[in-house]
Each structure stands twice: as C-alpha cells, then as structure tokens.
Design a protein around this ligand. Structure first.
Ligand SMILES: *[C@@H]1O[C@H](CO)[C@@H](O)[C@H](O)[C@H]1NC(C)=O
Ligand SMILES: *[C@@H]1O[C@H](CO)[C@@H](O)[C@H](O)[C@H]1NC(C)=O
Ligand SMILES: *[C@@H]1O[C@H](CO)[C@@H](O)[C@H](O)[C@H]1NC(C)=O
Ligand SMILES: *[C@@H]1O[C@H](CO)[C@@H](O)[C@H](O)[C@H]1NC(C)=O
Ligand SMILES: *[C@@H]1O[C@H](CO)[C@@H](O)[C@H](O)[C@H]1NC(C)=O
Ligand SMILES: *[C@@H]1O[C@H](CO)[C@@H](O)[C@H](O)[C@H]1NC(C)=O
Length: 665
C-alpha cells in the first residue's frame, strides 16, 4: 500500500514537474547548448555532441538554417513584442577577410529553397530581394562590405526588412557602462559575443545591443529603429538563424539562445552552461593544394628578393682588405659606418672638393665623433702598398697644428681617409669670401705661427723628414678655437700613384711653386719654405699669389710686395681690409719674412726653425739684400701641366717624384 502511494507520488511528481523543466511554453524558450533543442536544421548546420551549434564551416558557398521548430503566433498586437538574447562566435578562415555572416530571422517559413549563399545569407536571391510579400524581419552580422547593398563596412550589424539593404546599421560596437565610452568589437575575432534584440510594439522600437561575453547587457543599445512590425510580419512566424559563406569562408557558431514574445523579456543565458568552442585555428584549417603552392611561391619570391638585397648590400659596402695592411697600425673604418656617417656620401654633406676628390662631413655614431671624410679615387696601381705605408706614418703624426688623420678605409679604386673635423673650414675663405668675418691681425699672426710650427715638426722634429709639398691658404684649416691646422699632406703623392708614372709632373699649386721645383721637379724642405713665404704674404696682404689685372696680365704677389719695399712703402702692402688695425712691427716682420722665404735661390731662404725664431723674435731678421724678384716666380721656363682635375684656384700639377718622406736625415 505504502509502496503504491510512493509510486503514485513519483508519477505525480513527474507529471507535474517534468513540463516545467523540459517543455518550453510557446511564448518563450531558452537553449544553453542545443542537444535537446530539436531545432529544424538544414544546409551545413550541425549540432555537435557538446551542444554547440555550428552553422557553417570553412567550406565556401555554404548556406545553413536553424529554426525553432514550432511557429509563433504574432496575430494580436499584444503578442508582437519580442525579446531575444544569443551568444555567437565567428572563426575566420583568413583573418579579417572572411565571410559572410549570421542573420537572426523572423520569417513566415523556415525553408529557403531559393536562398543563395554569400551576400544573400541563404535567405534571398537577386529577384526575391525587396519583396514586401517576404514578410521577413532580420538582424544581420555582416563581415563583408557589399557596396551593392550600401554596406557600412566589413564589420557591421544591421536591421533589415524584406531586404539586404539595412534600414539601420552600425559598426559592431558596444557601450561600456564601466568606462562610459563606445568600444568597437571585431566580429571576426573568434571570441564569444552576446547580442540582444528587443522589439517593443507599444513604442514600435527595435533595439539591438551587443557586448563581449564577459560584459553584462549595456544600458545603451547599438541600434534603435522605429518600425510598425505589424505591417511587416504575418500572423504565423518562425524564428531562427540563417548563415552563409561566400568565396571566403568562416566558421559560424551559436552557443546559446533565449527567446520570448508577447511582452516577456528573454531569460538570461547562464554563460557558464554554454558549450565550449573548439580551439581557434586547430580544426578545419587544412591548407588546400592551391594555397600551399601559393605559400611556396611567395616564400621563394621573398627569399630571392632577400638574397638580391643581401648581395646588393654586400656589394654596396664592399671593401678591399689585404694582409699587408695589418702591419700598419692605422685604424681601419668600415665602409658601412662611413657610408652612414656621410648619409651615403650625399652631395649635401660635401665640405669641399679638390683635385684629389671630395671631402664630406661625417657623423660617426660609435664613437660619437664629427669627422671629415676624404674620398680619393686612385688606380689600383702598384704604388698603393708603398703609399699606404706613408699614410700609416701620417696617422702617427701628432701635432696641435696638423689635421689629425684618424684612419682610413679602402675599396676597389678608392681610398677613403678620415680626419678630425675642422668646424671653421679653410683659411682662404676668411681671406677672400665676404660672408666670412674678416680675420683680425692677431688671429692672422697666430695662424702664421701655427703653420710655421707644424712645418718645423714635419721638417725637423719627426723621425723622418716630411715635405708637405702643398702649403697654401686653402690647405690651412681652422679648428673651433681658430687655431691653424695644416692638412692634406701627402695627398699630392697619392695623386702620383693614380696617374701615369711615366709622365713627369710637378706637384703643388701654381703661385706657390719655388722656381727650382719647376726646373728640377724635386720637392724639398726648401720648396716648402718658399710656399710658406707666399702663404704668409697672402695672409698679410689679403691677396692671392697671382692676381689678374684689368688687361689680364698676371701680377705676382712676391713681385708686388718687393716693389712696395723697394719704393719704401712696404707697410702699404698690408691688407686694406684690416683698416690699419695691426701691429706695424709685426706686419713689417711678416712682409719681410715672406720675401726672405721666397728668395729665388733655395740657399738664400731660411729654414723653418729659423723662421720660427724670427717669428718669436728670438733672432732678428737680417737686412734684405735686393734680389731678382721676377726670378722668384719664373714660370716662363717650366713645364707645368695643369691636369684636368684642377678645381677652383687649386690647380694641381703633379709629377712622379720620390717619396714625400725623405728617409735618412
Ligand atoms: C562543411 O559542411 C559541408 C556540409 O555539411 C560538408 O559537405 C563539408 O565537407 C564541410 N567542410 C569541412 C571543411 O568540414
Ligand atoms: C493566434 O492567437 C489568436 C488570439 O490571440 C487566435 O485567435 C488565433 O487563432 C491564433 N492563431 C493561430 C494560428 O494559432
Ligand atoms: C528567388 O526566390 C523566389 C522565392 O523566394 C523564387 O520564386 C524565384 O524563382 C527565385 N529566383 C531565382 C533566380 O532563383
Ligand atoms: C526598410 O528598407 C526597405 C528597403 O530599403 C524599404 O523598402 C522599407 O520601406 C524600409 N522600412 C522602413 C520602415 O523604413
Ligand atoms: C555611442 O554610440 C551611440 C550610437 O552609435 C551614439 O549615439 C553615442 O553618442 C555614442 N556614445 C559615445 C560616448 O560615444
Ligand atoms: C501599425 O500597422 C497596423 C497594420 O497596418 C495598423 O493597423 C496600426 O494602426 C499601425 N499602428 C500605428 C501606431 O501606426
């Protein structure tokens, strides 16, 4: 008996309770996973064992439909309002360009035999679009921008009535109540997202609201659209989803869906009960043979282009290094560093140009250093090795009035020398160019003493005698404190190596050449003294060694100063630009010393040590004995040739001489 009662109780229990658990009343339903949903599926739609509803996969041109199997009664105005909440995810085959989308649909039928995939979402075809007789209300999640349908972008949400042209649309986004800003959403992010669609028939307002999975329903909808749905819907409607892929595919998933109509609000989905999604990228991403070939072809192209660039780069920065160079303790710079330092040897970085090549301003980064980079082209002649030995010696020279050679780099046919950068440029500019400030007498006197001191060092103080061969104003550079720095020594020698060794040329600059040099072609310390003499006259008088007068006749500075002296007005030879602001004694000393150094006969000239003594007033300058000043510039009986590389007033004539270093003092 008791058993019977218990049995009855159990039966009653089932009769009463079961419908509230499983059967969903006709006005609302909720699916947290779709195992028991018994949805009407067609096309590619499948429900996985875990309850995940997969509408499309990575195959192209698919359609899929999933509908609640029972029709809903939308006949009375009280039943027209509805509310729905669902969770979806879109896995793009190719990031950001996959399609097509998922559509929430209210439709009088749940079969769409004429539905076309792609942009028609499996709902319409090109002739059924825009038909009021369709009675279709839809909310689309569209990941392709179709201009035909005036789509906003390739990541939008739209409300559609009987048409693929949205009556209202917006880029996927949500209002963040926490931050009080709109945040955009990427439909193809392969993340779970929620969407709420609410229609209130009393105020005829459709509202679409979105949010990422972790955010509760935002207070502000993404879309609000006013429409009298009783004009759109028919009495009996089916509710569900339609989805499609086009010529690009994505996998579309639904995880949960809750729906209510007749004024009820859709039940909230319990997000923890939703089925799990597959790991993105792990499944269904088999590469087709076509894409595999494409990947291989692209890889080959990339590698080839990379190799070409590598080779070009190697070629661009190629250098010439030979074993013997290691013997010289001169620092070697990499061509790449120099190339970068000079911004690729840009013309804008050119500081000056001479017969030997251009000089560029350079900024080395490591160590951080401003340098002058001289790029000298040379033949690949045999002389290179000997010459490099001399350059290496020059790297060892240290004197406060010499431009310091820091190092070099060698490429085919090209030698690059790196020097200390002299911020104030060369002296000739100060003497002749108007834009540079006029040099005061004390500054000029300091420059003269500096150059004399450098020549004493080269001629007498270093372990070997060094003849500079090209002392002139444009080879005197000025450092930041306006100290004179003698530069460019030895380069005349390099020029020799580049030229034909058979020819006999004179090295130096016209106007500074000692007469015996043009006759015998032998550079000595005495010829340097002569050039120095011309140079100091130039500084004192502010005149070039040779000037052309009106009738194109050459006037030689030495001759002119000599004439001034002979007529007893020596001091008037002083640079008029000084405006008389000089120490008369010093001016006279320089003018007389200049003439002394320019004596036509080498044995008539002082040596550089004596010159220094005169400048320091440690010794008095002997009285001048009249000499043949014309002989001091005897250019009439010489064989100077002017090579085509002459630039400006630096007319280089070269000859193949012995080394600039005169070994064995
Ligand atoms: C996608 O679904 C269709 C229809 O169910 C099927 O024929 C096809 O093999 C599936 N493709 C992949 C890549 O799973
Ligand atoms: C729909 O509901 C109305 C009353 O609200 C009823 O009169 C009508 O018969 C129903 N239609 C169907 C198809 O169930
Ligand atoms: C388009 O769909 C309608 C029904 O919705 C059908 O009658 C028509 O034949 C279809 N047109 C094409 C071209 O498939
Ligand atoms: C919605 O758009 C369709 C197609 O553009 C149009 O025919 C219809 O009148 C629009 N409905 C409303 C309520 O604006
Ligand atoms: C957020 O977007 C909505 C609709 O797109 C707009 O009306 C609103 O002004 C936006 N709010 C902010 C704070 O940008
Ligand atoms: C909505 O449309 C229905 C059917 O056309 C009509 O009877 C009703 O008056 C409309 N409601 C409003 C407020 O316009």
């Amino acid at each position: 008996m008791a058993f019977k009662i218990i049995l009855q109780l159990i039966v009653i229990h089932f009769w009463v309770l079961t419908p509230t658990i499983f059967a969903q009343d006709s006005k609302q339903f909720i699916y947290q996973g779709f195992q028991q949903a018994n949805l009407h599926l067609d096309g590619a739609a499948t429900v996985a064992a875990n309850g995940l509803l997969q509408l499309t996969n990575y195959s192209k041109q698919l359609t899929a439909h999933a509908f609640h199997p029972q029709p809903l009664n939308f006949s009375s105005s009280s039943s027209l309002s509805f509310s729905t909440h669902y969770v979806f995810a879109m896995y793009p085959e190719i990031q950001s360009i996959s399609g097509h989308g998922i559509v929430f649909v209210l439709s009088p039928s749940m079969s769409f035999p004429h539905g076309v995939p792609g942009k028609f979402f499996g709902l319409f075809n090109s002739s059924s679009d825009f038909m009021p007789s369709d009675h279709i209300f839809a909310v689309e999640l569209d990941t392709i921008q179709d201009f035909e349908f005036s789509d906003l972008d390739s990541n939008h949400v739209g409300i559609n009535i009987n048409s693929l042209i949205s009556n209202a649309s917006a880029s996927a986004a949500y209002f963040s109540d926490a931050e009080n800003v709109n945040r955009s959403l990427n439909l193809l992010s392969a993340r779970r997202m929620q969407i709420w669609i609410d229609y209130n028939h009393e105020n005829m307002l459709v509202q679409v609201t979105m949010a990422p999975i972790e955010v509760p329903k935002p207070s502000r909808p993404l879309l609000s659209f006013r429409v009298n749905l009783s004009e759109v819907l028919s009495e009996t409607m089916y509710v569900g989803f339609s989805s499609s892929t086009g010529s690009v595919a994505s996998s579309h998933y639904l995880l949960g869906w809750s729906f209510a109509h007749g004024g009820e609000t859709a039940q909230r989905l319990d997000l923890s009960k939703l089925p799990r999604l597959p790991r993105y990228g792990s499944r269904g991403r088999k590469l087709s043979v076509g894409s595999m070939i494409l990947v291989i072809v692209i890889s080959v192209i990339v590698i080839t282009v990379g190799l070409i660039f590598y080779v070009i780069r190697r070629k661009k920065y190629e250098e010439l290094i030979e074993d013997w160079e290691k013997e010289y303790l001169l620092q070697r710079f990499s061509f790449k560093d120099l190339y970068r330092a000079t911004k690729g040897f840009k013309d804008k970085e050119v500081l000056g140009a001479g017969g030997f090549g251009k000089v560029y301003k350079g900024n080395l980064t490591c160590p951080k250093l401003e340098v002058a980079v001289k790029r000298v082209s040379h033949g690949s002649g045999q002389g290179m090795r000997e010459f490099m030995a001399e350059v290496a010696c020059m790297g060892r020279l240290r004197h406060r009035n010499l431009v310091q050679l820091l190092g070099y780099c060698r490429r085919k046919e090209e030698l690059i020398l790196v020097y200390d950068f002299m911020p104030n440029g060369s002296l000739d500019k100060y003497l002749y160019e108007d834009e540079k400030p006029n040099l005061s007498w004390s500054a000029r006197f300091k420059v003269i003493r500096g150059v004399a001191s450098a020549l004493v060092y080269l001629h007498e103080e270093w372990e070997q005698v060094i003849v500079h061969r090209d002392v002139k104003a444009s080879n005197i550079l000025l450092d930041a404190e306006m100290n004179a720095r003698l530069g460019d020594f030895g380069l005349a020698r390099l020029y020799d190596h580049g030229s034909n060794p058979q020819t006999t040329h004179v090295v130096g600059t016209v106007g500074y050449l000692a007469p015996e040099l043009t006759r015998k072609g032998k550079a000595t310390t005495c010829t340097d003294v002569f050039s120095f003499g011309v140079f100091i006259l130039e500084v004192a008088c502010g005149r070039s060694p040779i000037t052309l007068n009106g009738s194109n006749a050459e006037t030689y500075l030495i001759e002119w100063v000599y004439e001034c002296w002979k007529t007893g007005v020596l001091i008037e030879a002083g640079d008029p630009k000084l405006g008389g602001n000089y120490v008369v004694d010093e001016m006279e000393l320089i003018l007389r010393l200049g003439m002394f150094c320019c004596h036509p006969r080498p044995e008539g000239r002082p040596n550089m040590r004596q010159v220094m003594q005169f400048l320091n007033r440690d010794n008095t300058l002997p009285e001048m004995i009249p000499f043949d000043a014309k002989a001091a510039h005897s250019t009439s009986n010489n064989q100077i040739s002017f090579p085509t590389s002459s630039v400006g007033n630096s007319a280089y004539a070269s000859y193949s001489s012995e080394s600039i270093l005169q070994v064995g003092r």
